[in-house]
Design a protein around this ligand. Sequence first.
Ligand SMILES: [Zn+2]
Length: 302
Amino acid sequence: MTIVLPTTPAAWAIKLSQLLQHIQATTNESIYPIKIQDLACDISKHFFPSDPLVRVCGDTFSTEFDGMMVKKNGQWGIVYNDAITSRGRINFTLAHEFGHYLLHRADLENGIQCGRNEMMKWKSEQRNIEAEANEFASHLLMPINIFREKVNGETLDLNLFQNIAEYFDVSLTAALLKWISFTSKRAMIVVAKDGFVKWAKPSDAAFNSGIYLAYKKNLIELPAQSLAARRDTFFDNMAGTDHATGIWPFREGVREATLLADTYDMTISLLLFNDVAPVRYFGEEMPEEDTFDRFQRMAING
Ligand SMILES: [Zn+2]
């Protein structure tokens, strides 16, 4: 009997999740967080014994990249950069590289190196192996049905998403991007550095009701009264606060929760809007792309 193997990122993630859930049923222990470092070589041995992945580890490099897949003497290895200090980012990087192994290794005889830009690619018009590796990692590490269970009935603030990120062993940004991709809530993630928005990503519901950040001369300054700009360390920024209309540049009030990162003056903000959007003006135009798409386009183009 020929075993039919998955060919898409989502199908591989589902196949592996089913395998792991089968193990969970016998051991009664949660399979989450999925530890790629412990799992990848076993999966390879099971499915591809003649083209094996034999090593998953960290190493020190002078060049700037997050992870890579290499081939030596007919055997594959996955290596992450020791310079990454976030455990969640390491796990996502390893899942990304493992996605390359499962889906793309036939085209990558010379291996591949992936950096921060590659980890942020989520869609493109053509088949893009970086977007596929991310899709695989996201599906495998954070299945939507389990993510939904964690969110249901809970207060939507950054304490919740921080806990969920720890549960799945991914970065807060990865967990927020996952949620924003499937939630029916009107919400937006805003990541800023040195007081300027690096990228922003609205949920579909938010975008469809006119929530986006428009570029002005390529830079958007954080609103002065936002938690992200105020950086008040005595305030419970993770729990957040309600802002009146006009604090953020939208035609409605917004709830903001913000993580003030220790390094680089980075902030990660979750903006939550009322479930019911204000009535739109007749003839109001929709933007052609939001800043996240633009950021991706820039990342893809160089
Ligand atoms: Zn990659």
